[in-house]
Structure formats: C-alpha cells, structure tokens
Design a protein around this ligand. Structure first.
Ligand SMILES: NC(=O)c1ccc[n+]([C@@H]2O[C@H](COP(=O)([O-])OP(=O)(O)OC[C@H]3O[C@@H](n4cnc5c(N)ncnc54)[C@H](O)[C@@H]3O)[C@@H](O)[C@H]2O)c1
Length: 411
C-alpha cells in the first residue's frame, strides 16, 4: 500500500465483530486509498490474524511494538469496554490521537485517567457515538436546536431490547460488570449521549434502581454453554453459533487462545449485570430525564417524549417484533404537538446503508474529513465521559442507594 501524506495512519486495537464491520472492511472497500490501516493488535492472536489477513492489515502480537514499528498517528480502540483506557492512555502517551468505540470506558476512575492523559499530552480523544449520525436522531437534534418545543424541561425515554439482541449480551463478555460496566454503561451510553446531545446540557445528579428478573440463575434448566447444553431442545434461547461462519471462525475456533466462550449460558451463575433498569437524571439546564431499559422484551425498539415550554415531541422506533411492520410509518415520523394542540408531522426520509447511512457519514467525517459537522455530531472525551458517568452513577445508586453526583465522580 502506498501511504500518501494526507492519509491517516491508523493502528487498530481489537479484531472482533465491531472492528471488522465498522472499520477494517470499510477501510479496504469504500475508504480504500483514503486511510492507511498500518497495524492490528488483539490479545487473541487467532482473531487478529483472521482480520489482518482478510483485509491486508499487518498483524502485531504486541501493542507497544505496533506503536514503535507501524508509527500510527491515530490509535483506534475497538476492544472490550474495560480494556479501552489502557490503549487510549498508552496511545496518547506515544504521541497519537485516539479514537474510542463507545463506551469510552466503564467507570469514573478509568474515565478520570483518560481525561488527565488527554490534558497532559495535548492529544485528542474522539468517541464514535454512531447513533448521533442516524438520520432520525440527527433530525430530532436539528428540530430541538431550532426550538420546536421551546425550552426543554423533561425527556422520557424507554428502551427495550428483545430476546434476540438482549440475550446476546448475557451470552458474551458483557454479562459481567467488570468487563462492560453492565448495560447501563455498555448499552445506555448511546442513549444517555443522545439525551445529553439533544438537551445540549450535562447531567448533574443520578438516581437508579436495577434488577435481574429474566437472565442469570433464574431457572434450574441451564448449562455452561449452548454448544454442550442438555436443554438444547427445550430452551427458547438456545443458540447454535456454529451455524454462523463468522462466529465459528472468529470465536469458536479461537477459544484455545484465551478461553473466551462466545455462547455462555444466559442463565449462568456468573452473570452479575442487570436486565431491568430505571434511572432518573437531573441536568445542569434544569431538565429531568426518566429513562428505562429492559433486555428481554418481545419487541425491540424505543419510545421517547420530549416536553418543553412550547409543546411536546413524540418519538418512536420499533425495530423488531409483532408490531414492527405496522410501525414502519412511525419509524420515520416525528410528531410535534404544539401548546395550542396543533400537530406537526415531520417525515425523515429512509436512507440506505448501515444505521441509515450514519455509519458511512461518521467514517468519512472521522477519517477523510470531507463531511461538515454542522450539528456537532463528532464527540470528544467530555461527551464520552458524561454519558458513561450517568451509567456508572446509576450502577452506584443501584448498589448503595441514594442520589449520585456526577461532579463528585469527576473529582
Ligand atoms: N457503536 C456501536 O454501535 C457498537 C456496536 C458493537 C460494539 N461496539 C463496541 O465495540 C467494542 C468491541 O465490541 P465487539 O462487539 O466487537 O466485541 P468482540 O467480543 O467481538 O470483540 C472484542 C475484541 O476485544 C479483544 N480483547 C479482549 N481483551 C483485550 C485486551 N486486553 N487487549 C486487546 N484486545 C482485547 C477480544 O479478543 C475481541 O477480539 C466494544 O467496546 C463495544 O462496546 C460498538
């Protein structure tokens, strides 16, 4: 590969699903000749080799050697959540700018270490909040910024994951707080970021409740993993990963390397994250957020209401489940009810591509720089911190009770 001066030299950390689909593959296809992936490192060398060989990226078995030899100007981190800070900090200390997959990290301590390193080294941290780039969320931001409901006083956001998407978090590394910070960090970082961005404000105080009602050791019929389970014929969540070529090659055949099991039992005793959560947040602007997340719903999607001094905005997207087809129309409609009762419907055209074309826009803005950022979609470390800290504060509130102050977590 000929590397031109204008091309970003990127070292990739992590060679799993996200690294492949969001970065390595598009680098070799749509962005070919526009970015220079100079190395990939993953603690699982089998996965690193599969990805590196498939997309022509040099493979390293040592992160620091990759920095010394490949001389990247950007380190792109797409490894498991609890490991992000290690590579973000080491990358900045080596003189690179860094890009982190969401969440930036999983708790306040690691978050403070990232912010301190950014300040000390003068390098920059970017967090890839791809939901900001999805046309529906972006259109809502534009309307709220332009005063569609006036001064926002309250947002109610209800998110529901179904037993396909939701269950997968309980099969994988995400099922343990130490790896992912639980769904309130791993998943809700997207949702909290969207609310922070829509409001243009920062969270102050957080209170939460959380429970485990469906996954974890809630039934006797369970095993260690689906592949060897005695209940394969009766368990409604039985999943045969070996039928999927990618899962078989990247995970099942790579187990010998690190012992990571991709299909652990969703009813296992090791699970310590919640599946039912309710969170309240007060913002610096005075706005309040009422948020909930359940991970075993029969339908997948979300609903939100934004109330302000001049009316309310009603939002809903159903992605999967019995009502999803009926809801297709609503999925690209924003409904605004003005204070006098007048109703305005705003249609958001459906665009082809990953996340409604959002992923491609994000990549071009990040790596090529030919997309203008008129809505402030590019997120830095402060936004990364503010969304993950709501999750961390919520986890603390669930564990110990009481209201948790975000400023205290940053101190
Ligand atoms: N923005 C989004 O919509 C989105 C979607 C999916 C995943 N993600 C994020 O992408 C990241 C990766 O998720 P994934 O779904 O690809 O998971 P994955 O399990 O497929 O991949 C994670 C990779 O990290 C590697 N790893 C584990 N510990 C490591 C360490 N100490 N050093 C280096 N590598 C290590 C694993 O071997 C694995 O290859 C996560 O942070 C996740 O939150 C973001």
């Amino acid at each position: 590969m000929t590397i031109r001066a204008s091309m970003k030299k990127i070292a990739l950390v992590g060679a799993g699903a996200r690294a492949l689909h969001m970065f390595a593959k598009p680098f070799a296809e749509d962005l070919r000749g526009l970015v220079a992936p100079v190395g990939v490192y993953d603690s699982n060398l089998v996965r690193a080799r599969l990805l590196g060989e498939a997309y022509g990226i040099p493979v390293y078995d040592d992160f620091r050697r990759m920095l010394r030899e490949a001389k990247p100007d950007t380190v792109l981190v797409a490894s498991t959540d609890a490991t992000h800070h290690t590579y973000l900090i080491a990358g900045m200390e080596a003189g690179c700018d860094v890009i982190s997959e969401k969440p930036m990290t999983i708790d306040a301590g690691k978050c403070r270490a990232i912010l301190e390193t950014e300040e000390r080294t003068g390098r920059s941290v970017t967090v890839t909040f791809n939901m900001r780039f999805m046309p529906y969320f972006a259109r809502v931001k534009e309307l709220l910024r332009d005063g569609a409901v006036g001064d926002i006083s309250h947002i109610a956001l209800e998110w529901f994951l179904d037993r396909q998407h939701g269950a997968d978090y309980f099969r994988r590394w995400h099922a343990q707080l130490a790896n992912s910070g639980g769904l309130l960090v791993h998943k809700s970082t997207h949702h909290f970021d969207i609310v922070n961005w829509w409001l243009g404000s920062e969270p102050r105080d957080v209170h939460a409740f959380g429970d485990r009602r469906f996954y974890g050791p809630t039934r006797e019929e369970r095993g260690e993993r689906c592949l060897t389970c005695a209940y394969d014929r009766t368990c409604e969540l039985y999943w045969d990963g070996s039928l999927d070529d990618f899962v078989r090659r990247y995970y099942l055949q790579a187990e010998g390397e690190d012992g990571y099991i991709r299909d652990r039992c969703v009813f296992g005793e090791h699970i310590d994250i919640h599946d039912t959560m309710s969170v309240n947040v007060r913002y610096a602007s005075g706005a309040l957020l009422t948020y909930s997340l359940v991970a075993y719903s029969p339908v997948e999607g979300w609903k939100a209401t934004v109330t302000g001094s001049k009316g309310r905005m009603e939002l809903a997207n159903l992605y999967r489940g019995p009502q999803a087809e009926l809801a297709a129309e609503a999925n690209h409609t924003i409904r605004i009810v003005k204070s006098d009762g007048a109703i305005e419907l705003v249609d958001v055209p459906v665009v082809a591509g990953g996340h409604g074309g959002g992923d491609e826009r994000l990549r071009r803005m990040l790596f090529v720089g030919d997309v203008e950022d008129t809505l402030g979609q590019q997120a830095g470390s402060r936004a990364g911190a503010m969304s993950l800290l709501i999750g961390d504060a919520a986890n603390r509130s669930i564990a110990a009770g009481g209201v948790v102050s975000i400023a205290e977590l940053l101190r």
